[in-house]
Design a protein around this ligand. Sequence first.
Ligand SMILES: [Zn+2]
Ligand SMILES: [Zn+2]
Length: 57
Amino acid sequence: MIHYVCLGDCGSVIDEFGLCESSDCSQNGLPLEKCKCSDGLHSSLFDDLGEETDNNM
Ligand SMILES: [Zn+2]
Ligand SMILES: [Zn+2]
C-alpha cells in the first residue's frame, strides 16, 4: 500500500501526498516521500537513496 513519509524529525506517515505540517520538523513545508513498504520501516527510502529501484518489488 502506497503511503507518504516525512524523512525529517517528525516521521509522519500519511495515505495521501502532502507536505510536512510539523512546525518542529526539519522537513516542515517540504513534500513527503512516496513509499510502498509493508513493514512500516520505509527501508526503501532510507537504504536506496540515490538508487533507482522502482521495479524492485
Ligand atoms: Zn516532518
Ligand atoms: Zn514505508
